[in-house]
Design a protein around this ligand. Structure first.
Ligand SMILES: CC(C)(COP(=O)(O)OP(=O)(O)OC[C@H]1O[C@@H](n2cnc3c(N)ncnc32)[C@H](O)[C@@H]1OP(=O)(O)O)[C@@H](O)C(=O)NCCC(=O)NCCS
Length: 216
């Protein structure tokens, strides 16, 4: 999709067990049926009074995709990947990589979900490592951050497994829940050797969309 005028869709990440391709509109019908009930969606997203909770969640998932494409800029971008099994090509989840102040701080954030049957087998760690290989590799990130409510042991476990360090806590505005922030520096990522597990392809034509020169 997009070809020469939207090369971001050509980026592909492969790990031992997973194949991550940039989300397309054609993925949405599958994703809205798979999105797990325990995933906290954007609390600031529009709520449609005439829709039930499930239909509202589906609309939020679809609008997050369109917003990401429509609002893209090298200063504030969000790239969603559909995560598939490398063996069966079944859709297992979604992994986002974001650069909310990218040209100023070269720092990426991330968020993700897996269908419940795919959890607890190291795949969450593998898919986060895949987007970090993109960020710290061809995109040249300086650091990665993440955050999760303190009782989200799986999300914080993924961060810990990849070498993120606890930075500070804040409180979620809409619910009052404590939020743990974590941070991974470039040097720690390089030292970990985790980049070896991911093959990154198709980035070169997309570099200008990240404010990067293809000749660098
Ligand atoms: C967060 C999520 C993507 C993690 O994926 P996962 O495949 O389950 O995680 P992994 O199997 O890679 O586990 C990563 C680490 O966390 C630990 N962990 C995983 N689930 C855990 C749980 N429920 N309780 C305690 N520790 C847990 C693992 O032991 C592992 O640590 P280790 O490497 O030291 O052994 C997945 O659990 C999920 O989809 N959760 C619901 C959505 C969500 O909360 N997303 C994050 C917020 S955006």
């Amino acid at each position: 999709m997009g070809g020469a005028f939207w090369p971001l869709h050509g980026i592909r990440l492969r790990t031992g067990d997973l194949d991550l391709r940039v989300m397309t509109e054609g993925d949405l019908p599958t994703l809205v049926t798979l999105v797990p009930d325990d995933l906290q969606l954007n609390p600031h997203a529009t709520t449609y009074a005439g829709l039930d909770a499930r239909a509202n969640r589906r609309a939020v998932v679809a609008q997050a995709y369109w917003r990401a494409l429509g609002m893209w800029s090298p200063d504030d971008w969000a790239l969603p990947f559909v995560v598939r099994s490398a063996r069966s090509d079944d859709v297992l989840g979604v992994q986002w990589l974001e650069g909310p102040d990218w040209r100023a701080d070269r720092t990426v954030d991330s968020s993700s979900w897996l269908v419940s049957a795919a959890r607890g087998r190291g795949l969450g760690t593998q898919m986060r490592a895949a987007v970090l290989a993109l960020a710290f590799g061809p995109l040249g990130a300086r650091a990665a951050i993440s955050s999760a409510v303190v009782d989200n042991a799986a999300s914080l476990g993924v961060s810990r497994a990849l070498g993120y360090r606890e930075s500070h806590r804040s409180v979620l505005e809409h619910s009052g829940e404590p939020l743990q922030h974590v941070r991974l520096e470039r040097a720690a990522w390089v030292h970990s050797g985790r980049a070896q597990g991911t093959t990154v392809t198709g980035v070169e034509p997309a570099l200008p969309f990240f404010g990067l020169d293809t000749r660098e």
